[in-house]
Design a binder for this molecule. Structure first.
Ligand code: ZN
Length: 602
């Protein structure tokens, strides 16, 4: 642990990044773990060219694996071979920093068996066969010339027909909600082929012969997509009345528990996180009730209070939510707010923001719609200079009533918290740090709960720092927003483990989480499409808050919020439980060092 001791002397002067650690790595112990990692990553991308492109690694852009039996077998073999190689290392001899990488690789490889042998979403989730995103990812990679991108895509296009023919074989009994999503997204996906790709083709310097051949391939790809869509329509959607057509969107208790462990990688079980969420819900209701009391007179004068707690909170929320932007200026308002958040973070010295990295606010591309209203698309660690997009779905498809409901949910207060979450200092800031962390493994194998947990933590931290001033409305709306992440966990667990019905979900979301109808209906849809992911927000947040409290207690006066944030993020998007181990170990080492420095006095 020599390298960590070096850092200690500089504590207080500079953030202890991983650079020194990397130099002395495990080679010193006679094991070349660095070389192993590098070979593993190369083989992994060769095996998973689609994931590679999404991570900004574009060496295999021309490949499109056909999702057949032979492919599954080679993925399983890959996992077995590399688990054996990993097992040959003496874990106890690795640095703490490498131990995290060891766990991440091991967890990832073991998950291959779970997803291919147990989870098998390729049989029941038709929306997993959506090629729009990957073709967009390749054509959008600015570091390759447009001609090179088109050559890669021309090769990739050769396999689209076989890809969809295999998809039709793989689908066994899908769920209704995933089938509907697939049909919706495939239409958006087609525009990537017949618009985005062809626009690039026309703008390129490729000769007429290439252009003609490419166009023919695009035409064939469109036919294949339409054929797949038609297959879903005729075989499933049109037979809706037949109860044997679809399987339930509930994956079952056993698979859910396993998926929770595989994806969340929490120090806690699904049940423990659920119970913590239920307790938190009670606390939030208490706080909201007090604030609604304080705001009552401002909005209702001497009108008598309704009596019930939920009714009172809901009535005040309804009034406060009337303050919102116009539907046509939703996107513009987001663009305007980003610099204000930057200024607040800087003035309050909360975390160092990298001003060189561009954040582009754009309309969510068609092929990505139907899941969330706002999201961040980030370049991977290989392509860290590429643009980061803040995707905002425009309100065009809403009728006036729906738009009003949506805007009340994203009113002038929650709208700001949304921007904190998605952009600054939430996802966008975290992902910039993650790409700068010195471990490719930690950047590539990002943990969803850590990533979402950070964004949720960022909201809380901004409010604690005084964001929103002393506006009681901001406090009330923040708790409402926070209640949403808490209820996401309760809903996800409830649907999969406690058989929540749609009525149960609506009671939870609309009555106990005070959500607008559109939001609640969207969440009910999303909760049936994904499993476990909705738990990531609260579980990551819960563990970060616990870690901060633990360090504050141990360090008391020494604790520095900005340093905590920067050190926490410097480990990349690793699970919080592993980051916690490293941060506590570093603290322990710095304490020991201090004692050695102080001891020599006679
Ligand atoms: Zn998020």
């Amino acid at each position: 642990m020599k390298e960590l001791v070096y850092c200690i002397f500089f504590i207080g002067l500079l953030a202890c990044g991983g650079q020194q650690e990397k130099v002395t790595n495990s080679i010193a112990e006679g094991q070349d773990f660095e070389k192993f990692k590098s070979e593993f990553i190369d083989s992994m991308w060769n095996m998973n060219p689609i994931s590679a492109s999404f991570q900004g690694m574009h060496d295999f852009d021309e490949k499109l694996p056909i999702p057949n039996e032979a492919r599954s077998q080679s993925e399983l073999n890959f996992a077995e071979v590399w688990l054996n190689k990993l097992g040959a290392f003496d874990y106890s001899q690795l640095t703490d920093y490498d131990k995290i990488d060891y766990h991440l690789i091991e967890d990832d490889l073991k998950n291959t068996f779970f997803y291919l042998n147990d989870f098998k979403s390729g049989e029941w989730n038709p929306s997993s066969y959506n090629l729009g995103g990957i073709f967009f990812q390749v054509i959008n990679f600015q570091k390759h010339s447009i001609e090179k991108r088109l050559e890669d895509l021309s090769e990739k296009l050769n396999h689209v027909e076989a890809y969809y023919a295999q998809a039709k074989i793989n689908i066994n009994r899908p769920t209704e909600v995933h089938t509907n999503l697939a049909i919706q997204q495939l239409d958006g996906s087609k525009t990537i082929f017949n618009k985005t790709l062809l626009d690039s083709l026309n703008a390129s310097s490729k000769d007429e012969k290439f252009k003609q051949a490419f166009t023919d391939k695009v035409d064939k790809a469109i036919v294949a997509i339409d054929d797949y869509k038609n297959f879903l329509q005729v075989n499933y959607i049109n037979k809706l009345a037949d109860s044997a057509t679809f399987i339930s969107f509930r994956i079952g208790k056993d698979l859910y528990s396993k998926k929770f462990d595989a994806e969340i990688q929490s120090a806690y079980s699904a049940n423990e996180v659920f119970e913590a969420a239920v307790e938190e819900k009670g606390d939030l209701h208490e706080k909201m009730f007090r604030l609604s009391d304080m705001l009552w007179e401002k909005y209702f004068g001497d009108v008598e209070k309704p009596g019930g707690r939920f009714d009172q909170i809901q009535m005040v929320i309804n009034e406060v939510a009337k303050s919102h932007v116009h539907r046509d200026s939703f996107m513009t308002s987001i663009r305007q707010q980003i610099p204000e958040l930057v200024a607040f973070v800087n003035e309050n010295d909360l975390i160092t923001l990298d001003t060189k990295k561009p954040l582009v606010v754009r309309e969510t591309p068609e092929y990505m719609r139907g899941f969330t209203g706002a999201s961040i698309s980030t370049p991977g660690p290989y392509d860290a200079d590429a643009e980061t997009y803040y995707n905002v779905t425009p309100l065009d498809h809403y009728n006036p009533e729906e738009a009003e409901s949506y805007l009340k949910e994203y009113n002038n207060y929650t709208f700001q918290i949304l921007n904190i979450h998605e952009a600054i200092p939430g996802h966008y800031t975290q992902l910039v740090f993650s790409n700068q962390s010195h471990s490719l493994i930690k950047s590539i194998m990002g943990n969803g709960a850590m990533i979402e947990g950070w964004a949720v933590y960022a909201e809380r931290m901004m409010l604690e720092a005084g964001y929103g001033g002393d506006q009681l409305e901001m406090g009330l709306m923040y708790y409402k927003w926070n209640l949403r992440t808490v209820c996401n966990t309760i809903l996800d667990y409830g649907i999969q483990m406690l058989d929540y019905t749609e009525a149960d979900a609506m009671q939870l979301l609309m009555r106990e989480a005070f959500q607008e109808k559109s939001e609640a209906e969207g969440k009910w849809r999303r909760a049936r499409l994904s499993q476990v992911q909705l738990c990531s927000y609260f579980s990551g947040y819960y563990e970060i808050m616990q870690l901060r409290e633990e360090l504050q207690e141990k360090m008391s006066e020494e604790f520095d919020l900005k340093k905590f944030h920067e050190e926490f993020l410097s480990y990349g998007s690793a699970p919080v439980k592993y980051i916690r181990k490293l941060m506590l170990r570093k603290l322990e080492l710095s304490r020991n060092q201090l004692q050695i420095v102080l001891q020599p006095l006679p």
